[in-house]
Design a protein around this ligand. Structure first.
Ligand code: LER
Ligand code: MN
Length: 269
């Protein structure tokens, strides 16, 4: 059994797009993932109330795939709800959504929910935003624990948010909670850290989930990152979960999935 498994991020979204999540008919995506030897699929869901969870579970299983994680960035892009929003109503909506995401993750046996873009931005002031974010995380940490789910907080590069870009800040933040770990995304960390390879080791046992894209955010193997170095270090941290491809769909979906699998599968021993 490999210690690391491979998945890719597929969007379950109406009315919203994001350039690194797959947007194609579900069964076509599941079929391709199965044929290239992926173990799972990560679903980025823009509204957790719109998903027919039993049907999604049945379809995913029928292709021999697991759900590696539930990601949530599309909800922020679609509705603007965020966990640090200065507007109390919008913040409550985000918390309500995340509670639902946690329930969906439990039902799909993914047990992992991503906090990426939906953390929000500094808006009025960074320390106020961080304080609001911590309050929301406190509520969700407890709720996640009650559902055997972990939340994975993703430090994002400066062009996507100004609220928590660096790995060390993210580690400091998640260390306050029991059920919140780090989502390490190679693209964001390559932009923000002095050395992305060392950063994997520094993140160490706080890693709860792992996103991969190359230096140009194309499929792993289509840019300048050294994947042997990355995966070797990831294995050294003791991490045993999914490596999830979240890269630009170029030149086309089939090539993106095939090259990612070709680059990564031999390394995930
Ligand atoms: C999502 O995982 C991500 O990496 C961001 O670019 C958007 O949330
Ligand atoms: Mn990511």
């Amino acid at each position: 059994m490999p210690r690391l498994k491979l998945s890719a991020v597929h969007a379950l979204a109406k009315g919203v797009e994001f350039y690194v999540v797959i947007k194609a008919p579900l069964e076509e995506v599941l079929g391709r993932l199965q044929s290239y030897g992926y173990d799972g699929v990560e679903y980025n869901i823009s509204n957790p109330n719109e998903v027919d969870v039993s049907e999604l579970k049945r379809k995913t299983k029928s292709y021999g795939l697991e759900v590696s994680a539930i990601s949530t960035g599309l909800s922020y892009l679609r509705y603007g709800y965020s966990l640090s929003n200065p507007d109390t109503n919008a913040r409550s909506k985000a918390i309500e959504f995340f509670k639902k995401y946690i329930e969906v993750a439990e039902k799909l046996e993914a047990y992992k929910v991503v906090i990426g873009l939906a953390r929000g931005k500094c808006e009025d002031n960074c320390s106020n935003a961080l304080r609001r974010l911590r309050e929301s995380l406190k509520v969700l940490d407890k709720y996640a624990g009650e559902h055997s789910v972990i939340l994975v907080f993703e430090p994002l590069n400066r062009y996507e948010t100004d609220l928590v870009n660096r790995l060390d800040d993210a580690i400091r933040l998640v260390s306050r909670y029991e059920n919140i770990k780090i989502l390490f995304d190679t693209f964001h960390m390559m932009l923000e850290e002095k050395d992305v390879y060392d950063a994997v080791l520094r993140a160490g046992n706080s890693i709860g989930h792992f996103h991969v894209a190359d230096s140009n955010r194309l499929a792993p193997g289509m840019g300048m990152l050294d994947w042997e170095k990355i995966i070797y270090r990831l294995l050294r941290t003791g991490y045993t979960g999914y490596v999830s491809v979240e890269s630009r769909i170029e030149p086309d979906l089939d090539t993106m999935l095939r090259i990612s699998a070709k680059t990564l599968k031999p390394l995930l021993m």
